[in-house]
Write a protein that binds this ligand. Structure first.
Ligand SMILES: [Ca+2]
Length: 464
C-alpha cells in the first residue's frame, strides 16, 4: 500500500506542476493578448533613492545579511524595481532619476518589489485597506491601460515593508479594468504572491532568473467533500458538507544539478509549528526519505527539465497525511536543505487565512453522468462560503476567471494507478460540463478536481 500511496502522490505533483505551467494566461481571464504590454510607472518619494546602477557592496550585504530582508530604513537606496508573476517571469524596470517604468505584458498577474541588491526592501500594495488583507497583485489583462502608481512611500507592516503609491485604489482599479468584486477577491487570495519577491533563493548573490534558475515553494490545500464517488453519480453533493483536509508544500525547481538531489528537508519559519496531522512538528527529514527523493519526484511533464518535490510525509494516501493544524500555514521564512548541505531560502511565504467555515475559498461540487460503469460526463458547480451572509453562494464568473488560473479533473480506480485513469481540463466558468474520455480497462472509483490559482497555489477535492 505504501508504494501505491507514493505513486498517487507523484501523480498529484505531476498534475499540480502541469496546472501551474498552464496557468500563465489565466490572469484576468483575458490572456489571449500575447505581444501587448502596458507601462506601469512611479516615482520613489522622500527618503528613498533610486540608484542608477547596482553596487557590488549591496549585493554582498544582501547575501550575508538576509535578516535585513523586508526591513526598510529611514533612508533607503533601491537598486532595482522588479515585477514578477507566478510563472517565474521577471521584468526589471528602466530607471530615470528617481522614476521607474515597467513594461508588463498583458494576461499576467504581477507583484512589484523594490530591491537593494538581492534584498527585497518593500513590496508594492495597491490598497492596504481593501478587504481584510490588502490588495497586492496587479492583474494586467487585455482591458488594462497604462498605470501611474504616483509617489512611492515605504511603510512597515507585520510581515514585510509595504510600498504604497499616491495614486488612489479606485483610479488604479479603473486603469487596470478591475471590477470591485474582483478587486476584493484578489485582496483575499493574493497573499500567496509575496513569496515571489525572492530573487536569490540559492543565495549566490545573483538574481536566479538571470542564472536560468527557478525555485518556487508553493502551498496546496486539500478538501474533503464528505461524499463518495457513487454518491455523486446522478446528483450534486452539498458544498456545505465540505471540510478542510489540510495542506502541504510543493517545491518546483529548475536548476543545474537538481535532478541529482537525494533528499530535501523543508524547515518552517523559526519558532513556528508546521502543523500536526501527518507532519512532524518542526522538520520533515526524519520521515520524508523516499518521498522527497529527487529521482522519484522528477517528472518530465514539468517543462524545461524541472523537477518537483512534494513535502508530504508518511505512507498511505492523500489527504490523510497533510498538516491540519494550524489551519493557516505558518507565515515567514522557509528553508529547504538539500542533501544536508545546500540551502534554499524563501522569505515572506504567506497564505490566505483558512478557517473552519472555508470562508472565501472556491469549492467545486460535482455530478457524474454514468452509462453502466462508465462515466460519460462530468458537471461542476463552483461555490464559495460568503462570510458576510454566512451562506454558500455560486462563485461569480468574473471572480472565478480572475482567481483560478487553470482547473482539471481525474477519474481513476481506487489506487489512482497510472494505467487506470483519465484526465481533462475544466472550463473556468461557474458551471461547467465536460465529456469524460472512455475509461478503458478499468472502472472509475475516484474523482479528483484540482485547480491552481493565478498566484501559484493549488487546491484539490477528492471523491472516492
Ligand atoms: Ca541566485
Amino acid at each position: 500500500m505504501k508504494t501505491l500511496g507514493i505513486v498517487r502522490l507523484l501523480e498529484i505533483v505531476a498534475l499540480g506542476a502541469a496546472l501551474a505551467l498552464s496557468s500563465g494566461c489565466g490572469g484576468s481571464g483575458k490572456g489571449k493578448t500575447a505581444g501587448s504590454s502596458i507601462t506601469v510607472k512611479g516615482t520613489l518619494g522622500s527618503g528613498i533613492t533610486l540608484a542608477s546602477r547596482d553596487t557590488g557592496l549591496r549585493k554582498v550585504l544582501g547575501w550575508f545579511a538576509p535578516q535585513r530582508a523586508y526591513a526598510a530604513g529611514a533612508s533607503d537606496v533601491i537598486d532595482n524595481v522588479i515585477a514578477v508573476d507566478a510563472n517565474g517571469n521577471y521584468i526589471l524596470a528602466t530607471k530615470s532619476g528617481n522614476g521607474f517604468t515597467l513594461s508588463l505584458p498583458q494576461g499576467r498577474v504581477y507583484l512589484v518589489a523594490f530591491l537593494s541588491g538581492m534584498t527585497t526592501k518593500a513590496i508594492y500594495r495597491a490598497d492596504p485597506n481593501v478587504g481584510t488583507t490588502g490588495w497586492t497583485a496587479l492583474p494586467v489583462g487585455s482591458g488594462s491601460h497604462d498605470v501611474d502608481l504616483g509617489m512611492i512611500a515605504f511603510e512597515p507592516s507585520a510581515l514585510d515593508t509595504v510600498a504604497t503609491g499616491s495614486t488612489d485604489p479606485d483610479t488604479l482599479s479603473t486603469a487596470l479594468g478591475l471590477a470591485p468584486g474582483v478587486r476584493d477577491a484578489i485582496g483575499v487570495w493574493d497573499a500567496a504572491m509575496q513569496r515571489l519577491a525572492n530573487v536569490d533563493v540559492d543565495g549566490d548573490g545573483v538574481f536566479d532568473f538571470q542564472e536560468g534558475r527557478r525555485y518556487d515553494l508553493t502551498l496546496h490545500y486539500e478538501f474533503n467533500p464528505n461524499d463518495t464517488f457513487a454518491g455523486i453519480a446522478g446528483s450534486f453533493g452539498d458544498p456545505s458538507a465540505t471540510t478542510y483536509a489540510g495542506y502541504g508544500y510543493w517545491l518546483n525547481v529548475t536548476a543545474p544539478g537538481a535532478h541529482d538531489w537525494a533528499c530535501a528537508t523543508l524547515t518552517p519559519p523559526e519558532g513556528s509549528s508546521i502543523g500536526t496531522g501527518g507532519f512532524p512538528q518542526t522538520s520533515y527529514n526524519s520521515t520524508c526519505g523516499s518521498v522527497t527523493n529527487a529521482t522519484e519526484c522528477f517528472y518530465s511533464s514539468f517543462g524545461g527539465g524541472g523537477m518537483s518535490v512534494n513535502f508530504y510525509c508518511g505512507s498511505g494516501s492523500a489527504p490523510a497525511n497533510l498538516a491540519t493544524s494550524p489551519y493557516t500555514p505558518p507565515a515567514g521564512t522557509y528553508v529547504v536543505t538539500v542533501d544536508g548541505a545546500t540551502h534554499y531560502t524563501f522569505r515572506g511565504v504567506t497564505s490566505q487565512t483558512i478557517d473552519a467555515n472555508l470562508n472565501n475559498l472556491f469549492i467545486p461540487t460535482a455530478k457524474l453522468t454514468m452509462s453502466g460503469a462508465q462515466v460519460t460526463r462530468l458537471d461542476v458547480v463552483w461555490w464559495k462560503h460568503d462570510p458576510s451572509s454566512g451562506s454558500w453562494v455560486q462563485v461569480p464568473a468574473a471572480e472565478l476567471a480572475a482567481i483560478v488560473g487553470s482547473a482539471g479533473f481525474e477519474i481513476a480506480d481506487q489506487y489512482w494507478d497510472v494505467n487506470a485513469r483519465v484526465r481533462g481540463d475544466l472550463p473556468l466558468t461557474p458551471t461547467a460540463s465536460v465529456n469524460v474520455p472512455a475509461q478503458s480497462g478499468f472502472t472509475g472509483q475516484a474523482l479528483r478536481i484540482s485547480y491552481v490559482d493565478v498566484f501559484g497555489y493549488g487546491y484539490g477535492v477528492e471523491w472516492r
